[in-house]
Write a protein that binds this ligand. Structure first.
Ligand code: NAD
Length: 390
């Protein structure tokens, strides 16, 4: 059977990591299914490569193809800070309503992590992807727009905002929050996981972040009433046996919990900005962004992605770590029903960590490790996979 997968190379280290990763993915599928399954790769242009060829960073052809696509996978795309084009990754999330950013974070044995017990970290973060401050309503300080908005707020709502402020708006809907929490709880149900934690900053932003918490509990009660119980109900004597415990944590407390008691959290459901911070912090806890996979999903389309950026200083030097892209590809393979191939990629990566032959960023995190190039690492993974029996 043939599986069409759209791929976007990405900027910076994108070309290097794809060169190493694509043969590994093909080999994993071939080896695991003895040639009966095959990925048909179709490239879509985005970012600097697209601009060089078409004059646009996100050409119509790419947008049109993604409209009807089911799965795609992308390398990192550059965004200038402060000025210039809007983040292409954010644009894609909003154009295709990819409302759930899902990032599993777990430790690979052998990596020296920044915490004493990285093996206790095994969490999947569901980050709302389309709303919150990422919806992008912001006005620079001392502009007409900012002054108009500040005047309006001061006059109509009896506020006292300094006229020189820059100002931003944080839009969040019940529908947007609920569909994210629904997906997170469903994931816990499907994977028989013990708890889902709603992470928010509702003590300060009561009607946005606080509403996320309220709506989250409503979804749990109204749609998963038989499968869930709240932490409060358990404290009051309810039997948690066989049920998913729904908890909530204020975002800053969650950062502490992730460091002190990570084993008490299996699925996190959170708002856009909190989720952005928390995913990177958790990835760093278990060995850095180079290892963290992820996917952005709507109800129809899943775009898997390397979760790190373009690492411009490492670009075209054949030194980058392709693991994030490869582990995202492993998630993609699972998503399209090729679990054995996905597992093969994960096992091959663990084997090379065990053998202590890794790219330079990981070599720094493994005692007495030998550092290999990005392409060299790809070749070693290929050899691992070709030696596997299915
Ligand atoms: P970055 O992830 O590119 O780099 C942070 C650090 O991690 C750097 O030291 C880098 O060398 C290292 N690093 C990251 N990935 C690595 C890998 N695979 N192998 C080895 N080392 C790796 O983050 P940044 O510097 O904040 O951002 C650079 C650019 O990437 C910006 O334009 C930013 O907008 C963009 N970005 C894109 C995405 C995305 O497309 N999803 C995500 C984050 C940042």
């Amino acid at each position: 059977m043939q599986h069409k997968v759209y791929w976007i190379e990405g900027d910076g280290i994108g070309a290097d990591i794809w060169k190493a990763a694509m043969p590994v993915v093909n080999a994993a599928v071939k080896q695991a299914y003895h040639g009966t399954e095959e990925i048909i790769w179709q490239e879509l242009l985005a970012g600097e490569k697209a601009f060089a060829q078409t004059g646009k960073h996100l050409p119509e052809e790419t947008l049109n193809a993604l409209k009807t696509a089911k799965v795609a996978i992308k390398g990192p795309l550059a965004t200038p800070v402060g000025t210039g084009i809007r983040s292409l990754t954010v644009t894609m999330r909003q154009t295709f309503d990819l409302y759930a950013c899902i990032r599993p974070v777990k430790w690979y044995k052998g990596i020296i992590a920044s915490v004493r017990h990285p093996e206790k970290v095994n969490m999947t973060i569901f980050r709302e992807n389309t709303e919150d401050v990422y919806a992008g309503i912001e006005f620079a300080s001392n502009t007409d727009e900012a002054r108009k908005l500040i005047d309006f707020l001061n006059q109509n709502f009896n506020k006292n905002i300094n006229a020189e402020c820059a100002i931003g708006i944080k839009p969040m809907t019940e529908k947007g929050c609920k569909r994210l929490v629904r997906r997170a709880i469903q994931y816990a149900v499907d994977n028989k996981l013990p708890n889902v934690t709603l992470v928010h900053k509702g003590n300060i932003m009561k009607f946005t972040e606080g509403a996320f918490q309220k709506w989250g509990y409503e979804v749990a009660k109204q749609e998963f009433g038989d499968a869930t119980v709240t932490e409060k109900e358990v404290r009051e004597g309810a039997d948690p046996n066989g049920k998913i415990i729904i908890k909530d944590r204020i975002a800053d407390a969650m950062f502490q919990e992730a460091l002190l008691r990570p084993e008490e959290y299996s699925v996190i459901a959170t708002t856009n900005l909190n989720g952005d911070y928390l995913s990177d912090a958790l990835a760093a806890q278990v060995g850095g962004l180079g290892m963290a996979p992820g996917v952005n999903m709507s109800d129809n389309l899943a775009i898997f992605e390397a979760t790190h950026g373009t690492a411009p200083t490492a670009a075209n030097k054949d030194i980058a770590n392709p693991c994030s892209l490869l582990l995202s590809a492993a998630m993609l393979l699972e998503h399209i029903g090729l679990e054995k191939a996905g597992k093969a990629i994960q096992n091959a990566i663990q084997n090379l960590i065990d053998k202590k032959t890794v790219t330079q960023d990981l070599a720094k995190e493994i005692e007495n490790a030998e550092s290999v190039s990005c392409s060299g690492f790809g070749k070693l993974l290929l050899a691992e996979i070709e030696a596997m029996e299915f």
